[in-house]
Ligand binder design. Structure first.
Ligand code: FAD
Length: 570
């Protein structure tokens, strides 16, 4: 039995993304106001200045695991800190030009008008990783405890299923599960309120949702995978402040997908491609889709003479309003992407994540004021969401992603009509509305594929290491590092399925949907059959495997703290 240190805090935030950092900082601001009002005799109650607030983060530093586009709508940032620019918020540049291109195989159709949801004029292009690093500093200045390299590994419950905190991951366990000389057991962080802001497909949010049935009244979540590179391009190839979104090539019309190019300072561009993880063709490889995107003449011209600087990949929860789980239970709140706050139509979740955090902070102050941390008080979080601009924004696009599950053309008609009618759906939708992506994947035989050779889907794709890169080269540019001598954090619940049913039916799609070459089928010299090999140290923490495996037998858990990609500056 491992003896663990118990640390008593009042509020613990799991994950240092925009949602939780905004929540923690807003909480501190609200507490200050609350205490000042009490001191001035204008409010009754107890001062809350002594509350212990902690933020834990699995990355080696704040921002290390943050990957985004990013065009930032500053609405929430401005509410949090009206003088965010004067306070040094590291935005890169202001959007001065919007564009929307429809790409065919060789041609570019430049839309004369940018669809209103993709108009970004006046918003900010930024590295979200840098913004989080800065927000983390602001939190520390405000007296919030920030703990990088502390993954939340398990939720802690009392005998009444009330959440009482979180257990952080052990350090120094070898690959066979035995303690090494540097073994340090995880800590039990006890808190009156635990806030989960783990981003898309949070591993604790998944555990909690399953255990407490928080998603029984919501539709299945649907996800996309964003694959991104930062490039430095020759001056004049793409203007600073220019934002272009694309539709069409290389996605097929059954697959949700689109590209982006954002012009930053110093001739750096953020370029990437989003592939819906509700695709049907089992040979689709989102990393290959992105590489193919770059070979389009229009895109290749922008990159010509340039140099790839960094790489990253991360999932995006695209389902929106109808896929939102219940956002509270006794002792716990769920915010940001973990709570499905992203606006899929605008491909923006930073502002909604931050606002959800700020509303959570208001709920937390009220809970401490009433000394009640049960659902009775925490349910007010959902009411606050329903009465905020989050509701107005997300409810109006509630049918957006589901309509793409009926194919691109009907979705375009449907989403145009939805825009006019405030989100009303006109049919052309799957009867079940949102369908979980892994349930939509079809078998190899539906496409007459012979085996799992990816060339069947991408016959012309080559990795020339100038314009296009293989996964291993890209992973190198994500600066991924994990301690090698630790148990794999990618748990395959039944590897026999991989070697048999999955190989025959789907050709082991994990080899393709993982954008970091974690999964390989390797011939076992003894048995002569191909078996799964997991290169967990390549993992970029995107969570695609946990989402997309057709048998749902891959469980992503947190590795030793500090391991993973380094997206600093991405
Ligand atoms: C490729 C891509 C492009 C995007 N482009 C845009 C854009 O242009 N504009 C926009 O507004 N939005 C964009 N988004 C969406 C936006 O990035 C997210 O909506 C937003 O970052 C969500 O914030 P969050 O705080 O909920 O989660 P995240 O930003 O994902 O942060 C979660 C943090 O929690 C940490 N964490 C997770 N689990 C644990 C754990 N168990 N223990 C400890 N730490 C943990 C993670 O390491 C991470 O640091 C994009 C997303 C992607 C992937």
């Amino acid at each position: 039995m491992i003896e663990r240190e118990r640390l008593e805090m009042d509020v613990v935030f799991v994950g240092a993304g925009p949602a939780n950092l905004a929540a923690a900082l807003h909480l501190k601001n609200l507490i200050k106001e609350h205490d000042e009002l009490i001191a001035a005799g204008r409010k009754k109650g107890n001062p809350l200045g002594g509350l212990e607030i902690g933020v834990i983060e699995k990355g080696a530093a704040i921002g290390a695991h943050i990957l985004s586009g990013a065009v930032v709508d500053p609405i929430a940032l401005r509410e949090l800190m009206p003088d965010f620019l004067e306070q040094g918020c590291p935005v890169d540049t202001v959007v001065t030009e919007d564009g929307f291109w429809y790409l065919t195989d060789k041609r570019t159709i430049v839309s004369p008008v940018t669809p209103p949801p993709l108009k970004n004029h006046g918003k900010y292009i930024a590295s979200l990783s840098k913004i989080c690093e800065w927000l983390g500093e602001k939190c520390e200045e405000a007296g919030i405890n920030i703990f990088p390299e502390f993954p939340g590994a398990e939720m802690l419950y009392d005998e009444n299923e009330r959440v009482i905190g979180v257990r952080t991951g052990d350090k120094g366990i070898d690959k066979d599960g035995k303690p090494k000389a540097n073994f340090e057991p995880g800590v039990d962080l006890l808190a009156k309120i635990t806030v989960l802001g783990e981003g898309s497909r949070g591993s604790l949010a998944k555990q909690l949702t399953q255990r407490l049935g928080l998603n029984t009244d919501s539709e299945p979540q649907v996800f996309s995978l964003g694959v991104k590179e930062l490039w430095e391009v020759p001056a004049g190839n793409f203007a600073e402040g220019r934002v272009v979104h694309t539709l069409g090539f290389p996605s097929d019309t059954d697959t949700y997908g689109g590209g982006w190019i954002y012009g930053m300072k110093n001739n750096v561009i953020s370029i990437g491609y989003v592939t819906g993880l509700d695709y049907k063709d089992p040979l689709i490889d989102p990393h290959a889709e992105y590489q193919k995107f770059k070979t389009h003449p229009q895109i290749a011209k922008i990159l010509q003479g340039g140099k790839m600087l960094k790489y990253g990949a991360k999932t995006i929860n695209a389902g929106g309003w109808y896929t939102m789980p219940k956002l509270y239970a006794d002792g716990v709140l769920i915010i940001g992407d973990s709570g499905s706050f992203l606006n899929g139509q605008r491909i923006k979740g930073i502002h909604t994540a931050m606002k959800s955090g700020m509303l959570a902070a208001e709920t937390i102050v009220a809970a401490f004021d009433h000394n009640d941390f049960t659902s009775k008080t925490l349910r007010h979080f959902e009411e606050k969401v329903n009465h905020s601009w989050i509701y107005d924004e997300l409810y109006a696009v509630r049918n957006f992603h589901a309509s793409f599950q009926s194919g691109r053309w009907s979705a375009l008609v449907n989403s145009g009509l939805q825009f006019i009618t405030g989100g009303y759906a006109w049919g052309f939708m799957p009867k079940e509305h949102h369908i979980a992506g892994h349930e939509r994947m079809e078998k190899l035989e539906a496409y007459n594929y012979k085996g799992d050779a990816v060339e069947q889907r991408y016959p012309d794709l080559k990795f020339d290491k100038q314009l296009t890169f293989d996964k291993i080269t890209d992973v190198y540019h994500a600066a991924v590092a994990h301690v090698e001598d630790q148990p794999s954090h990618l748990h395959i619940l039944d590897t026999e399925i991989c070697a048999t049913r999955c190989a025959e039916e789907y050709g082991n799609p994990c080899q393709r949907f993982c954008p970091a070459a974690v999964y390989e089928m390797e011939e076992n010299a003894k048995t002569g059959r191909r078996e799964i090999k997991v290169n967990f140290s390549n993992c970029v923490h995107c969570k695609t495997c946990d989402i997309s495996d057709p048998y749902q037998i891959i469980n992503w858990v947190t590795p030793e703290g500090g391991g993973g990609p380094n997206y600093k500056g991405m």
